[in-house]
Design a protein around this ligand. Structure first.
Ligand SMILES: Nc1nc2c(ncn2[C@@H]2O[C@H](COP(=O)(O)OP(=O)(O)OP(=O)(O)O)[C@@H](O)[C@H]2O)c(=O)[nH]1
Length: 307
């Protein structure tokens, strides 16, 4: 039996709030060179796994879980699928799980604690620095956002304005308070890679956060949009509903551009880029807080669909 069959398989959990940069980070890891025999697990909150199309990896080594957040159904799909993968003759050298943006990574990391074959390597939490104040104070997002940070062994901050050292100092102090034990890095300073070592072990005990399981007021919808859209109109619509809409992403055609485009909405930004790969379905997945405003957004999106 090879040593590979005897040793435990390292599990890396990649968490962080909706649109924080998890998929971008995972792609950077893959490009940077992980073992070819790694297993990548991707969980989107919506019923369509857009992230899976954005990951630059071999299909047969990817496990796609959609239809809600995996941390709410831990006993089911994820644990079963992982156990199956670990039993394979050629089991993976490493496992990377990209959680949904509303998941509690701690619950996923717990899988490693009870597994004889997995060893928890790292829990990474991505933070969109430009949205931190909002996510930290908004009662709807705060609990989830903080719990994700609390679970991390490494926190990666991106999108902080480079000339705003006061904002950076405020955010680092906040992150340090929320999780004294994590290593904190500002990804936008790759040149010097400002790494802040974890606080000493005697730091104050971590506060306990708990993410309400099963939904917690989150909702998602996938809207088919078959005809080319007026991009300006769609952007305005998404921004008008940003009080209820936390994330949108999908593949669409624009009236003024070809080919098929990838639309991303996170924070207060809408971006478009040409979609790579073969033409597929055109859908916009929206994730936000359930209620009248979200329903109104969906109603306003329907006429764009051309169905
Ligand atoms: N400027 C900047 N933009 C980023 C960075 N990381 C991600 N983005 C952009 O932010 C948007 C969301 O990035 P993703 O990597 O898809 O975020 P995610 O956390 O996987 O999103 P969900 O899985 O939907 O929660 C995309 O438009 C990215 O291009 C970053 O480090 N800097």
């Amino acid at each position: 039996m090879s040593p590979n069959k005897l040793s435990k398989v390292p599990l890396t959990v990649i968490g962080g709030f909706l649109g924080a940069g998890k998929t971008t980070f995972l792609n950077a890891l893959i490009r940077g060179g992980i073992s070819d025999n790694s297993l990548i697990v991707i969980n989107d909150f919506g019923d369509i796994n857009i992230d899976a199309e954005l990951i630059d990896y071999r299909d047969e080594q990817m496990l796609q879980l959609s239809n809600g957040c995996i941390c709410c159904t831990l006993g089911g799909t994820l644990a079963e699928q992982l156990a199956k993968a670990m039993r394979l003759h050629d089991r993976p050298d490493a496992v990377f799980i990209e959680t949904s943006g509303v998941a509690d990574p701690a619950r996923i990391a717990d899988i490693a604690k009870v597994s004889r074959r997995l060893d928890l390597a790292e829990v990474v939490c991505l933070v969109d620095g430009s949205q931190a104040r909002r996510h930290h104070v908004d009662p709807f997002t705060a609990e989830t956002w903080r719990a994700q940070l609390h679970a991390a062994s490494r926190i990666l901050v991106n999108r902080l304005a480079s000339d705003d050292s006061a904002e950076e100092a405020w955010l680092i102090a906040l992150l340090r308070r929320l999780n004294p034990a994590a290593r904190i890095e500002n990804m936008d300073r790759q040149a010097s890679f400002a790494t802040l070592a974890p606080a000493p072990a005697q730091a104050a005990p971590k506060p306990l956060y708990h993410i309400p399981v099963s939904g917690g007021g989150w909702t998602s919808v996938s809207v088919p949009i078959c005809t080319p859209v007026d991009a300006e109109r769609l952007q305005r619509l998404l921004l008008d509903y940003r009080d209820a809409l936390l994330r949108a992403k999908g593949f669409l055609y624009r009236q003024d551009r070809s080919p098929r485009q990838l639309l991303q909405f996170s924070g207060d930004r809408v971006t478009w880029q040409p979609a790579v790969g073969s033409p597929g379905r055109c859908q916009l997945v929206c994730i936000g807080r359930s209620g009248e405003r979200f329903d109104a957004l969906v109603a306003d999106l329907q006429p764009l669909g051309g169905v």
